[in-house]
Design a protein around this ligand. Structure first.
Ligand code: G1P
Ligand code: ZN
Length: 543
């Protein structure tokens, strides 16, 4: 045995995990005892049974390696005897979920997802349970309470070990398995998708660009797309993960995935463009000069699922987060399968997936996934699209336009106002809540309000209720405005505004989104007094 230290800590009252774990400025995590305090609270609350396995890995951002060592030493000090780590401390979030599901009791994922990294950027710690999914709110609340009351934590001096060599090391009483972060995940993808068909697509000259944004999917994308599927070498750009993501903002959207967007909307646009985020769970899908909204992407994948080997037998049901457009609802109703509407955040899909009630699910925030893991999965979505394209032999744009023709089109946009002073953002929400009762039957910008509420979700599996999940204004013609505050920001508050309207008339399926939604956007801004209250005349990001 090696010396275990019991180190006095001070209570940290700001360790309440949000929708995706505890996310703070890196410098906050670097404070003495800060990370340790939170990890001790996690381990205490998880109370892993003797002999169980813990998975540890992260997206490679600055502080990933130090934090991995700290967690390994604390796991050992807390009686955990088997830890599985991705080589170099690296694991994409979906790959971590997959590893956990293969027999671990839980896992700790180090990431702040799509937030910038580096000493001035963000860091994050998330606990996933044995099903491979983010721990439920009851768990994270208990962790927060514990973290705020902890007097000490336990950490061991381990003999030397390395995170850089694949294989098993016996480190004192700890068995440490350093695994290739990619191979098990790549095998899982090969079991779901028709790799032969996709290989043939590339062999016939199909051109793909995948932007890994200097984040974790680089090695995964190179292995799967270039090595296993034969895409041209250089298909994956920004493929080397960097601690600060090359100074970029690793969020796959039209604003931040700039290099990709320029190419895909430029004169030499390729057939297909894709990007993923810091930890590999988000995706953006582009056709040649054509953007697929994430809400549409979910709907298209659901409508075409039986073309893919892993989903050949059809879908048991689908789910989307409340602010996600209702495009997938139209598919579900045609297929005659249930469609669940959950609050924002992947964890709400977990119970439905575990209970076998849904097969596919997704969010408007560039997140799509299925029952293959318990996280959203960026590369999985890319491969799903490639498989569908290989079978249908149509372009991305043709597939989406055919989809609109069959199911109708949900015009959709999201406005984000970042770093709004917290009191101002709370003021906007309070102002909206105060109007809820008076809104129904009122005419706003020529539309009649059918209902207005603050979304409440009762989990159909465990009966738990989540309140205040976002203000909805629902119109009689099916249009909708949603307002909510982000749960993942690290500076001030982020107000998100989601605007949607459904169109089925064939002659009105080709509008520009901005034109289709102009009136509704104006209504949304005025009802919430966004400009007056925030002083912002334009959102920080518009998707
Ligand atoms: C955002 C997205 C949400 C997603 C989460 C984690 O959360 O809106 O859909 O699950 O990031 O990737 P928010 O900042 O809106 O709370
Ligand atoms: Zn992410």
């Amino acid at each position: 045995m090696f010396p275990t230290h019991v180190i006095a800590t001070r209570p940290f009252s700001d360790q309440t995990p949000g929708t995706s774990g505890l996310r703070k400025r890196t410098s906050v995590f670097q404070q003495p005892h800060y990370l340790e305090n939170f990890v001790q609270a996690l381990l205490d609350e998880a109370a892993l049974p003797a002999g169980s396995t813990l998975v540890v890995g992260g997206d490679g951002r600055f502080f990933n390696r130090e934090a991995t060592h700290t967690i390994v030493r604390m796991a050992a000090a807390n009686g955990i005897t088997h830890v599985v780590v991705g080589r170099g401390g690296l694991l994409s979030t979906p790959a971590a979920s997959h590893l956990i599901r293969r027999g671990a009791a839980g896992g700790i994922i180090l990431s702040a997802s799509h937030n910038p990294g580096g000493p001035e950027g963000d860091f994050g710690v998330k606990y996933n349970a044995a099903n491979g999914g983010p721990a439920p709110e009851s768990f994270t609340n208990a962790v927060a309470a514990r973290a705020a009351a902890l007097a000490s934590y336990r950490i061991t001096d381990l003999p030397p070990y390395t995170l850089d060599l694949i294989g098993r090391q016996q480190v004192g009483h700890l068995t440490l398995d350093v695994v290739d972060p990619v191979s098990a995940y790549a095998d899982l993808m090969a079991s779901l998708f028709d790799f032969d068909a996709i290989r043939a697509l590339f062999a016939n000259g199909f051109r793909l660009r995948m932007d890994s944004m200097h984040a974790i999917t680089g090695p995964y994308a190179v292995e799967i797309l270039e090595r296993r599927l034969g895409a041209a070498s250089g298909t994956v750009i920004n493929a080397v993960p960097l601690p600060d993501f090359g100074g970029g903002h690793p969020d796959p959207n039209l604003t931040y995935a700039q290099e990709l967007v320029e190419e895909m909307f430029g004169p030499d646009a390729l057939d297909f463009g894709a990007a993923s985020d810091g930890d590999g769970d988000r995706n953006m899908i582009l056709g040649r000069r054509f953007f697929v909204t994430p809400s549409d992407s979910l709907a298209v994948l659901a409508a075409n699922a039986t073309l893919v080997p892993g989903y050949r037998n059809g879908l048991v049901g689908v789910a989307r987060s409340m602010p996600t457009s209702a495009a997938v609802d139209a598919v579900a109703s045609t297929l005659g399968i249930p469609c669940f509407e959950t609050p924002t955040g992947w964890k709400f899909f977990g119970n439905l997936l575990d209970a076998g009630r849904i097969t596919l699910c997704g969010e408007e925030s560039f997140g799509t996934g299925s029952n293959h893991v318990r996280e959203k999965d960026g590369l999985w979505a890319v491969l799903f699209w490639l498989n569908v394209i290989a079978v249908r032999r149509q372009s991305v744009e043709e597939i989406v336009r055919a989809h609109w023709g069959r199911f109708g089109r949900n015009y959709y946009t999201r406005y984000d106002y970042d770093a709004v002073p917290t009191e101002v953002a709370n003021g906007v929400m309070a102002h909206l809540r105060a109007q809820l009762d008076a809104l129904p039957q009122r005419a706003l910008g020529g539309r009649t309000v059918r209902a207005a509420d603050d979304f409440v979700y009762t989990d159909p599996i465990d009966g738990s209720t989540s309140t205040r999940q976002g203000i909805r204004i629902l119109f009689e013609d099916g249009a909708r405005i949603v307002y909510r505050l982000s749960g993942t920001g690290t500076e001030g508050a982020t107000i998100r505004l989601y605007i949607e309207r459904r169109e089925t008339a064939p002659e009105r399926l080709d509008m520009e989104t901005a034109d289709a939604l102009r009136d509704l956007v104006a209504t949304a801004l005025s009802v919430a007094e966004i400009v007056e209250r925030t002083g912002r005349t334009a959102p920080t990001v518009m998707t």
